[in-house]
Write a protein that binds this ligand. Structure first.
Ligand SMILES: NC(=O)c1ccc[n+]([C@@H]2O[C@H](COP(=O)([O-])OP(=O)(O)OC[C@H]3O[C@@H](n4cnc5c(N)ncnc54)[C@H](O)[C@@H]3O)[C@@H](O)[C@H]2O)c1
Length: 317
């Protein structure tokens, strides 16, 4: 297959592109930044949030490769709290999705869209299934940008017969996620701080989230790519997570155990705009994609700590 991935220099994009290449597919990446992890992904540098008008054969006046089979749209400003502070970035997310959708429409390509558990808002269900999303519970500008992206996709399916899969991810962690100066993520941040014997702050003592090890996430996306390109099925919205909840305190303790260091932890209230309880019902992913996530949090944390050790060793740190 010939697959275009937007946001290919990010965490999920890098892991997905390398997996698809290993499976023998051709991957063309588009991102506004070069990849800082690997030079094995062909990457076009382009800002996808510009209001473009030309979409035939590429976006703007840039030619993309011919005979693509599918687009996986991952590019976004992906940090909830950052978009509370800079809501203009939520608008950029929507513009990016519009640009990518127009490219797909004008070149007759199916699309996979990276949505988020944030579209559910902070609804405190015991377990959340796909039909529970209701835009009246929009929690933050980031959620609004994902709900808008989904809405655009559903409208393109209605009006232009576009084929899609929407995946709602949840706290993806693991390999290629420790560029925390660019993008602060809680697990690599805690790994670094606990390793350096620095104090950590947990926002939300009773916060329970569904942490997804990145190999499980990209395995699910790759299965979705295969399904959509095969033409066997399309037009589903699917939770892609591990399917179990863990508190942030437990997660921090697992990191401490993996490092052999007791975390020096302070607990503060959850921050504005954050979801405080989410556990995904992943029955639909299992049924449609044969999705079978393999990595519980404790094991995923051990792998993450090991990977960050290896990475730092390879960089001579
Ligand atoms: N990682 C998670 O836990 C998680 C959870 C839910 C949803 N998602 C969604 O999945 C997608 C991928 O997430 P990620 O964790 O890999 O994020 P990431 O920040 O690591 O990757 C996103 C990439 O998009 C690129 N990008 C941003 N603005 C761009 C622009 N204007 N033009 C071109 N490229 C641009 C960034 O440079 C970055 O490389 C995002 O859409 C995110 O919202 C991620």
């Amino acid at each position: 297959m010939r697959i275009l991935i937007t946001g290919s220099s990010g965490q999920i994009g890098t892991n997905l592109a390398l997996l698809l290449e290993k499976q023998g597919h051709y991957v063309f990446g588009v991102d506004k930044r070069p990849n800082t992890w690997t030079n094995e992904i062909e990457t076009l540098l382009q800002d996808l949030s510009t209001p473009y008008r030309n979409f035939k054969g590429g976006i703007g006046h840039v030619e993309y490769p011919k005979n693509l089979d599918i687009v996986v749209h991952l590019a976004a400003h992906a940090k909830v709290h950052e978009l509370v502070e800079q809501p203009d970035r939520a608008l950029e997310n929507i513009t990016m999705t519009y640009n990518v959708l127009e490219f797909c429409r004008q070149n007759n390509l199916p699309i996979i869209f990276s949505s988020s558990r944030e579209v559910y808002g902070d609804i405190h269900r015991y377990i959340t299934e796909e039909s529970h999303a209701d835009f009246a519970f929009t929690e933050s500008p980031y959620s609004a940008s994902k709900i808008s992206g989904e809405a655009l996709i559903y409208s393109y399916a209605q009006c232009y017969n576009m084929k899609y899969l929407v995946f709602r991810f949840s706290n993806v962690y693991g390999r290629y996620d420790n560029d925390i100066e660019r993008m602060e993520r809680v697990i690599p941040l805690f790994i670094r701080k606990i390793k350096n014997h620095e104090p950590i702050t947990v926002y939300g003592e009773s916060k329970v989230l569904d942490f997804t090890y990145v190999d499980d996430c990209v395995d699910g996306i790759a299965k979705g790519v295969e399904l959509l390109v095969s033409g066997r099925d399309a037009n589903h919205t699917i939770n892609l997570a591990f399917g179990q909840g863990n508190s942030l305190v437990t997660m921090a303790e697992f990191i401490g155990e993996a490092l052999g260091i007791k975390p020096n932890m302070t607990v503060e209230p959850a921050r504005v705009g954050e979801v405080t309880h989410y556990v995904a019902n992943i029955g639909k992913a299992r049924a449609l994609l044969n999705y079978d996530p393999k990595t519980p949090l404790k094991e995923g944390i051990e792998k993450s700590v090991e990977w960050s050790r290896e990475w730092e060793k390879s960089k001579g740190k």
